[in-house]
Design a protein around this ligand. Structure first.
Ligand SMILES: *Cc1c(COP(=O)(O)O)cnc(C)c1O
Length: 396
């Protein structure tokens, strides 16, 4: 049998490659930080990690992880409800709830699991899930696992959301679900308007704060802080794998009965291992740091403003963004790839995205800013963009 299947896979892989869609991985031989050493020998400036606060290589978090390795061992070897919970996991759940101003939290191995396991235990055939068209793959998969009726509205389009809510009045319960920050444009979900519509049409709200938690809002509490709606959404999901240290781990935080039901019925929680003690302890440490100071948020926001302002002045076409994601629009797939390759020669590591990751004729380079960047790094990146922009006739 495998001969036939092997043949089939080889052809499919070849098709992917010929379509120019083959995903190659760059190998890093240093910690994840502003300057990384790649396996081809160069040291490059990193503008494509989700390391928004520069915590991926933070000494205090490394120390906290080591301390737990020494005191609590390597792994849990168990799911939570059998033999997989330490005080560290419970403390971390409390810290997450305090951070977001919610009632309770449940941890998962990743936010992909949190989103995969949130809908099916809560909603059924009579109910409605109303989902933004640009929501993350894990939300789409989670919705597929649930029997609720599905509605989709155009990205952040409040007229469309209202139309869908009107149709969904026939359902028993309604849940609006949105990413906080949309990862390709860097735009934020208009949470104030979403909550107003939810209240008008008797719906609940879930927001995925993966790209916004730690980043957006004056103190980094995410889009609920930015729009001054803390405590007004029923469900928040998020990751420890981006701004919050970048290791691994996801969570759902929100109303206590919702979290209570997830602990009973959410399959990725019930049938999958707990996060290791080292990750839990580093997570606790990280939230303690967040409570003490906003220096990292302040620096990230300064860096983002600096970069976007300069890039606009120089004449680049930048998507409006309220996050640490800056989409430099090029509109042409090949140009986006050539541009990224030229930038790499200048020591700047960024990724060019094109269809089907972004809509046709919306090719771009996505720059991700970080508190790990110093002004020199930003200037080097801006200068490289300018040089390549002129060379490739993007700038006049
Ligand atoms: C990254 C991301 C996830 C997945 O998070 P992991 O913890 O890496 O599984 C889910 N939702 C959104 C919006 C994301 O950006």
């Amino acid at each position: 049998m495998y001969d036939k299947f092997q043949n089939f896979l080889q052809k499919e892989l070849q098709n992917i490659e010929e379509a120019g869609l083959y995903k190659k991985e760059r190998i890093i031989e240093s910690p994840q930080t502003a300057e990384i050493k790649v396996s081809t020998g160069e040291t490059v400036l990193n503008f494509c990690a989700n390391n928004y606060l520069g915590l991926s290589n933070n000494p205090e978090l490394i120390e906290a992880a080591k301390e737990a390795l020494d005191n609590r061992g390597f792994g849990m070897s168990s799911v939570r409800f059998i033999c997989g919970t330490q005080d560290l996991h419970k403390t971390l759940e409390r810290k997450i709830a305090d951070y977001f101003g919610t009632e309770d939290t449940i941890l998962y191995a990743a936010c992909f699991d949190a989103n995969g396991g949130v809908f099916e235990p809560l909603l059924s055939e009579e109910d409605a899930i109303i989902s933004d068209s640009l929501n993350h793959a894990s939300i789409i998969d989670g919705v597929r696992l649930c029997k609720a009726e599905r509605y989709r509205y155009q990205n952040a389009d409040m007229n469309d959301l209202e139309e869908q809510l009107k149709i969904a009045q026939k359902n028993r319960f309604r849940l609006i679900v949105t990413d906080g920050v949309f990862s390709m444009d860097g735009n934020v979900a208009p949470m104030d308007k979403i909550i107003a519509l939810a209240s008008k049409y008797d719906a609940m709200v879930m927001v995925d704060e993966c790209h916004s938690a730690g980043v957006v809002g004056k103190t980094g509490r995410g889009v609920t802080e930015l729009f001054n709606v803390r405590g007004k959404v029923e469900i928040i999901t998020g990751t420890l794998g981006k701004a919050f240290g970048g290791a691994i781990g996801g969570f759902t935080t929100g109303k206590k009965e919702i979290i209570g039901m997830l602990r009973q019925r959410s399959r990725p929680y019930l049938f999958s291992n707990s996060i290791p003690p080292s990750i839990a302890n580093a997570g606790i440490k990280m939230f303690e740091m967040m409570d003490k100071t906003t220096v990292l948020q302040d620096k990230l926001h300064r860096n983002t403003d600096y970069f976007m302002t300069k890039m606009k002045e120089i004449g680049f076409d930048i998507k409006p963004s309220k996050s640490a994601i800056c989409a430099v629009m090029l509109y042409d797939a090949k140009l986006s790839q050539d541009f990224a390759a030229e930038l790499l020669k200048e020591g700047i590591y960024v990724i060019g995205f094109y269809f089907p990751v972004v809509p046709k004729d919306q090719a771009r380079i996505r720059v991700q800013l970080s508190a790990a960047h110093e002004i020199e790094h930003l200037d080097k990146c801006i200068n490289a963009f300018t040089k390549v922009g002129k060379k490739l006739n993007v700038l006049k």
